[in-house]
Design a protein around this ligand. Structure first.
Ligand code: SAH
Ligand code: MG
Length: 194
């Protein structure tokens, strides 16, 4: 039997520069899941499976569907999910999230993938959200660069611009009301306006 701990995943992510959620960000997310009795979760961007494993461990009747397009990340996540014995709770889909159609509805949709595509993810997957559901997005601060990107490369500035566009999109949205929280790398919580 293989023994693995959450701290092993954190160590692996650090050593291999995998951008998993920051400690206070993931703590906030798992607390939110617990407090709001969230059971069905869709995650865009699995990486090595860290956040999906943390979310699944909140309660044994939580189900997580997570999507990852990168081959190496997908294989690593699959391996980690199996090692944690969470195959029954976590379903991982190997695909670009923008190329698949899901019919299920979720209590929580967690967007944590390519920042340039945040608006597309939101617009596509809002149809998979229950009426009472919530869309949470990570990395809206982008290591503080959204506040100040003056010393960055052109590429990074472009990406910062996309994140700012997403923030504006959320602020101007008539369908959803969004709260912005400066925890972890910046998180938003969007709920349908009734
Ligand atoms: N949620 C993870 C971290 C995800 S990092 C955690 O906190 O543990 C972002 C991941 O999203 C990367 O592995 C990247 O390959 C994946 N990704 C980016 N764009 C994607 C897309 N369009 N579809 C699916 N996965 C995507
Ligand atoms: Mg993230």
């Amino acid at each position: 039997m293989v023994h693995i701990r959450i701290s092993d995943l954190e160590k692996y992510a650090k050593e291999n520069h995998v951008p998993i959620m920051l400690k206070d960000g993931i703590d906030f997310l798992t607390d939110y899941i617990k407090k709001n009795d969230i059971k069905n979760i869709l995650e865009i961007g699995s990486a090595i499976g860290y956040s999906s494993i943390k979310m699944a461990l909140v309660d044994c009747d939580i189900k997580v569907t997570t999507i990852e397009r990168d081959d190496i990340m997908y294989n690593k996540a699959k391996e980690n999910i199996e090692t944690f014995n969470l195959n029954k709770q976590i379903t991982i889909i190997h695909s670009d999230a923008l190329d698949i159609e899901l019919t299920d509805k979720y209590d929580l949709i967690f967007i944590d993938a390519a920042k340039a595509q945040y608006i597309k993810f939101f617009e596509k997957f809002k149809y998979n959200l229950k009426d009472s559901g919530v869309i949470i997005t990570d990395n809206l601060s982008f290591h503080g660069l959204v506040e100040d990107s003056s010393n960055c490369s052109r590429n990074t500035k472009q990406l910062v611009k996309k994140i700012k566009n997403y923030i504006e999109f959320l602020k101007d949205n008539d369908e959803f009301e969004t709260k912005f929280i400066s925890i972890g790398d910046g998180i938003s919580i969007s709920k349908r306006i009734n």
